[in-house]
Ligand binder design. Structure first.
Ligand SMILES: [Zn+2]
Length: 195
């Protein structure tokens, strides 16, 4: 019996592929509908995966109803591309020609970005909270002083109390809206405290 030998060569670097039980390949279909198989050796495959190493990812915007995140990615080799990330049928997807490793890395980058945004939003909201407020109602014109956690301080802000017992802050004092909306709650506590 005589054997024929199939010489497996990498179609990228031309090196012989030896001693592997699995071989990476890609294929194209030519105009006669022939499948043209292209083999790729381990080192060319690794190089290709590496070419998708992310240096920087900047989220540009999101499309919540599609669960899509748009971004600009800069690769380690300096390439820049705009792309999107989505999970389709539980599978992470980005560029059609990107390796799975890239989809996973994109996912991790986006998760980190979401955490960062969430904590920034939380901290910004915290800074807006009133940390101390004093109502001085034992003078002709009642006034209040407040300070927020972000150290925004205003003293001697005039206010008056309506017949129903609600507080009305002097609009000329230009107290920011995010402070104004917290004042009634503090006023109620103050009233209960002295009742
Ligand atoms: Zn190769």
């Amino acid at each position: 019996m005589k054997y024929k030998v199939l010489d497996l060569k990498c179609d990228t670097c031309g090196k012989t592929i030896k001693g592997q039980s699995e071989i990476y390949y890609d294929y194209t279909i030519d105009q006669d509908k022939n499948v043209i198989m292209e083999l790729i050796c381990d080192s060319c495959f690794d190089k290709w995966v590496k070419s998708w190493d992310i240096k920087e990812l900047e989220v540009t915007d999101t499309v919540p109803h599609l669960g899509q995140t748009n971004y600009k990615v800069t690769f380690v080799d300096g390439r820049e591309e705009y792309g999107y990330y989505r999970t389709i049928g539980g599978r992470r997807t980005s560029f059609a020609d990107a390796p799975e490793e890239f989809d996973d890395r994109i996912y991790e980058h986006i998760q980190k970005w979401k955490q960062k945004i969430a904590s920034e939003e939380y901290q910004a909201a915290q800074r807006k909270l009133i940390s101390d407020i004093r109502f001085n109602d034992n003078q002709d014109i009642p006034m209040l002083d407040f300070v927020t956690k972000g150290n925004l301080r205003m003293d001697g802000v005039k206010y008056r109390v309506t017949a129903k017992g609600d507080i009305l802050v002097d609009s000329t004092a230009e107290v920011p809206a995010f402070v104004l909306e917290q004042i009634p709650e503090h006023w109620e506590k103050f009233k209960q405290g002295i009742a």
